[in-house]
Design a protein around this ligand. Structure first.
Ligand code: TNX
Length: 512
């Protein structure tokens, strides 16, 4: 029903089947430039082929892997020669120069679908757009009736910000590898390119460190509420990293310190200033734990952890936390951060930290992640003045663990209720006084897990807000328009249902 509504707004063609996208611009995030070809559609035939340039075959195989189960078609992947005139082509040349390293050009004619980009990442993002333009039944794992129709026209598209992220807190409640992979698949559909894993906190340490084995075996043995917790072996973590990389998503591992460290302090007595191991913790308080800043063994420990973690994490960043350090004196905090930052850069990674680290010395390539609820912040402006970039996660806009309203059964509310419109209606390039567009690296939507236990909980808090934040991070501000967004978002609902996503049916959105 909502699709019929969209047609006049976006200039779509009423002749396309009801289950298909109405117009080539009917996707989330909205593309930079859209030129519909009224009356033109492409229909994937059962004999359809996928033509791929060298360097594009991995993306082509993934596209074929998506399309084969639902269409039941063979869809062979072939080496492209020249400009193919049938089927779907993925080409690494000929894109409009404006697409840059991550963008793409999509052309849909009656004869062929052609995606051109300068990189496999660009082609991958173009494939996500194509995926949203196909009928929702394409997400099915079993053969469905077609026709597999795509609306005609041209898209030229590229991201506003280099970093479009989500964060999963696997420390408060542990999540198995399969759940993290499922999250990665959901993020990829909205052109998210970083997944920040909050791997350690007071309640749990979730990654094996060979030189300090009790971190995982003892520190990972429980969680909020006292359940069994869990941790990733190195092989499992590497599997997550590879799965994400295949979807053009980099993992950002976080070891939160010097606070939020009770699980480590419980695992090794020598990390405590008094030499006495702490008890494991299963509550939800914050700000009570600290690594021992004056002790040398603290830095031996951090060296070992960051070295082993960096060896598993090919992405550009390591997140060192730095938030809510009420149990560390301000002088110790500064000393600590300024000693740990060189450990991260010494392992070839740039530092990301929560914005509290902003007042300490700069570190090459440093990024501060803003999580406050104000419209200006002295730590952030201090960091920016020294050369840092800012990752925008204002808690009252992007925190996926906040309730939608007072009747949301899970979630917190300390940063306020966040309905879809609240998550959508803010401008990362103008949100903080003194922090302009050029200082902003991007946006990230964190999902803290004090109240998040199951996969359904993750789905319910993530959808539909994550796609709203993804659009804020990808699409140019000139396209920002709530009335248009809510219609495009509405059309995603059936797709989430087809994907088995248990989303929150916000009354702000005219779901079909
Ligand atoms: C604040 S935001 C925290 C987390 C909590 C979260 C709950 C931040 C850097 N720290 O420790 O889980 O609030 O919303």
């Amino acid at each position: 029903m909502a699709l019929a509504l969209i047609a006049p707004v976006l200039g779509g063609v009423s002749a396309v089947p009801a289950a298909a996208a109405t117009s080539i611009g009917d996707v989330v995030p909205v593309p930079v430039s859209v030129a519909p070809a009224p009356g033109v559609t492409y229909t994937l035939p059962s004999t359809g082929r996928i033509h791929a340039d060298t360097g594009a075959t991995a993306v082509a195989d993934r596209l074929a892997g998506l399309l084969r189960p639902s269409t039941g078609y063979a869809l062979p992947v072939l080496a492209a020669s020249g400009t193919p005139t049938d089927g779907i082509a993925l080409l690494l040349s000929g894109a409009d120069p404006s697409v840059g390293q991550e963008g793409y050009q999509l052309d849909v004619t009656a004869a062929a679908v052609t995606i051109r980009a300068k990189s496999a990442a660009g082609l991958f993002h173009g494939v996500q757009t194509l995926r949203q333009l196909l009928p929702v039944a394409v997400e099915s794992a079993t053969p469905q009736a077609g026709p597999w129709v795509v609306p005609g026209g041209r898209i030229i598209d590229y991201p506003r910000f280099a970093y479009r992220g989500a964060m999963l807190d696997v420390a408060r409640h542990f999540q198995p590898v399969a759940t993290v992979k499922r999250y990665i698949d959901q993020l990829a559909l909205y052109k998210i390119n970083y997944l920040h894993l909050h791997l350690t906190d007071d309640q749990g340490w979730r990654i094996v460190v060979d030189s300090w084995p009790r971190l995982a075996t003892h520190g990972g043995s429980t969680q909020v509420g006292g359940g069994p917790g869990g941790y990733y072996t190195k092989a499992q973590y590497a599997d997550i990293v590879a799965y994400a990389a295949a979807r053009h998503i980099a993992i950002v591992p976080e070891i939160d310190m010097p606070g939020h460290t009770n699980a480590a302090l419980a695992s090794y007595a020598e990390l405590n200033c008094d030499g006495v191991a702490r008890q494991l913790y299963t509550g939800t308080a914050v700000g009570f734990s600290s690594l021992c800043v004056p002790k040398e063994i603290t830095y031996t420990f951090i060296n070992d952890v960051i070295r082993e973690l960096s060896a598993l994490s090919p992405g550009p960043y390591v997140h060192l936390g730095g938030d809510e350090t009420a149990a560390t004196s301000p002088a110790d905090f500064t000393k600590f951060i300024e000693r740990v930052q060189p450990i991260v850069t010494g392992n070839g990674r740039a530092v990301i930290g929560w914005h509290e680290i902003g007042s300490t010395a700069h570190s090459a390539g440093r990024v501060v992640q803003y999580w406050g609820t104000a419209t200006s912040d002295s730590h952030v402006t201090s960091a920016v003045s020294k050369g840092a970039k800012v990752l925008m996660s204002p808690a009252n806009k992007t925190y996926l663990d906040m309730k939608y309203n007072s009747s949301t059964p899970i979630g917190l509310s300390w940063a306020g209720y966040i309905e879809v419109r609240t998550a959508y209606d803010w401008n990362p390039g103008a949100h903080l006084t003194g922090v302009g567009e050029s200082s902003v690296l991007g946006v990230e939507a964190p999902l803290w897990s004090e109240t998040v236990v199951t996969q359904n909980h993750i789905d319910y808090l993530t959808f539909p807000r994550l796609p709203a934040i993804a659009e804020v991070g990808w699409s140019p501000w000139s396209t920002h328009n709530w009335d248009a967004f809510r219609l495009r978002l509405a059309a995603q609902g059936p797709r989430w249902s087809a994907m088995g996503i248990d989303y929150y049916p916000s009354t702000q959105i005219p779901w079909p």
